[in-house]
Design a protein around this ligand. Sequence first.
Ligand code: ADP
Length: 827
Amino acid sequence: MAGRARKITVAAESGSAPETGTPEPGSIRELPVLPVRHTVLFPFALLPLNVGRERSVALLNDVMAGDRTIAVVAQKDGTVEEPTFDDLHAIGTQGTVLRMLRFPDDRYSVLVQGVARIRLVQPVADTPYLKARFEALGETSDTGVETQALVKNVTEQFERMVALIPSVPDEAVASACNQPGPGHVADFIASLIELPSEDKQHLLETLKVHDRLRLLTDLLARELQVLEVGAQIRSSVQESLDQHQREFLLRQQMEAIRKELGEGDENQREMEELKAKIEKAGMPPDVKKEAERELARLQNIPPQAAEHTVARTYLEWMVEMPWAVVTEDDLDLKHARQVLDQDHYGLDTIKEHILEYLVVRRFKKDARTPILCFVGPPGTGKTSLGQSIARALGRKFVRQSLGGVRDEAEIRGHRRTYIGALPGNIIRGIRRAASRNPLFMLDEIDKLTSDFHGDPSSALLEVLDPEQNNAFVDHYLDVPFDLSQVLFITTANILDTVPPALRDRMEVIRLSGYTDIEKLEIAKRHLIPKAIRENGLEVLELGFSDEAILKVIHEYTSEAGLRNMERELANLMRKTAKEITEGKDAPHQIGPERTRELLGPERYQKDETTTIDAPGAALGLAWTPVGGEVLTIEAAIMPGQRQLLLTGQLGDVMRESAQAALTYIRSHAAEFGIAPEFFDHADLHVHLPAGAIPKDGPSAGVALCTAIVSLLTGRKARANLAMTGEITLRGQVLKVGGVKEKVLGAHRAGIKTVILPAENQGDLEEVPVEVRTHMIFAPVHTADQVIHLALEPAPAAAAVSAAQKREPDRVPAPGESVAAQRPQPSA
Ligand code: ADP
């Protein structure tokens, strides 16, 4: 057998150097015939052959002893084992055996050098191998332009092919170019590239060089195309193979690591678990379908893909939502009242409200859940009341602050397509509560802001709307969740900044500040025992005297609520506990002296702001989100040109009330004993200290008026007296808001007398009795009543005339409420 052999392993080598002379064209010579299959030997080419057929081996053994010249002729049909002359092509190649290697299994490998084309003329013998007479063939060649072009073309094609065939070295291109003639070029290239043997035989038989080159061009073009397409396919296959292989390898490694860590089949187990959880979660049918769809998707995502984590996190959220978890409301009124009273002192109306709600629930289980809004200064117990209601009802409690929430997505979540997306505050809270009907406290809804991220209050509207919230769709979950059983309680310091649409949805319950007495009681009954419990100080048997607590209330805190007091009391207890533990001889009962010792110098002077020592100032009452406060209003006059200067960050409404007050004074100057032309060459400056805090509202009107009149008449404001009320140009005093807070603030500041609009008299009923009994209220209709009550009498002459004209200025006794007197028309 003879075929192509690319590799020759070393075996025995025999024979001596060959003789390679080129025969004359036309000369005839008898040669032994080596039939070859599937290949063709070209003149001047080297062809390695494996030889196995017996006849061929015999032939080679004979020729190696002689001149090593043979005729290499291709078989027409490669499958014929014992070819006769009929099975061979007529044209072959005379060749010289350069080398013969013998393998241990008696097969040979030979290297044959092609010498010349030959044609069979006459068979001579069949045994022991074929022998025949051959005629050496010449070739017809020309050096015309076309031939040159064909040579150039063929070498170029060859060069391109070499680049694509790794087994042919690049130097082959240079060798091809260096061949002595066009015919040699064609033969050289044809011998090096792989072509079907018929095509090679065809080339061998084409004696006209021009035609041979043309034929070769066509064949090369075809092969090139095949190679190039093949290369393209290979490179794209390679690319995806590389990618796949990389992933595959990484996965295998990961798998191995997992196994090593004992986490094998983790993924499968996880899927099973999720599936079981979906079954158990009690989702509504549509939601369940969605969860199952997502699970099916998840199973097809490889665990290492980022997408997998996204889908899994989503499913975890879905299964952990309390779709079907509802707590049973405890509707026992007695128990509820007990809990509420246990946790909170006072707040009776609010407690009643809660109990009423319970009664309704008893009669109608699916009664609409009200949405409550607790409004009041910080530390007045809004949050703790919420907790207490939850405890009374036996509901889970969750709290979510909305302060500074400016993005709708914080309420409603981000769509799952965002990286790191999560559900919004509401759904997160519900999951934390692990119940579908918790008491959900939304703190600080007055501090919601809206900007370009969308309006969070509109999302909140949906949450708090009983018509819509049974199918609240969070962007992340993307399936409806029923919030209708949730008891929402919102809290706010002020209602003004709560969007009106939101305000309308809620039942507003106001918690105002506490009086000193209430604070004292709350401290004794609730805050101190609570602090002892929370700090584990029971064994020390610590206690406070009432004076110590009141000292903390008056001199270390100044607030409507209880936060700072609670902190300072706890502070005192911890300090005492520390000293006792350190072995110091500290008293277990804390009195006022100990308080000062432990807390340092007093921070507030009770009567600091309440006395005014010169004309040109008055005390107003302001309402702020942290409770009522006393405001000092100062006025000064200087030469100028009728300008009213207002400072202290006053809002427009307050500025206008100052204008109105001034106009009223100018038009009634004579009545107050003020020179009517006082403003002709003067500027008036009104300032409200604590200039950094913005102030607004019409209720400072009467105080502004009083400060200016005091300045212009030289009459000083009475001590411990403050006022509130809006003023009109004609000097009417109009109703204002926040009276209860203002009165409590005044009380805290040590004010004894409060002048207020007569129309507000009804509001005084809300003021706790212990405050009312310590204060005097003077309801008024007009500004001149205010002036008479607020300012000390004018010195000497003015006082006499005033006494003649009007009722004597009189401040009522404590506990008494003066009936407003209409002023006599002036003469
Ligand atoms: P808010 O939420 O209004 O700012 P908190 O609920 O935080 O106020 O109340 C501050 C502290 O005062 C809490 O420890 C609370 O228990 C206590 N507290 C408030 N009001 C009362 C009250 N009426 N009785 C007992 N403790 C109260």
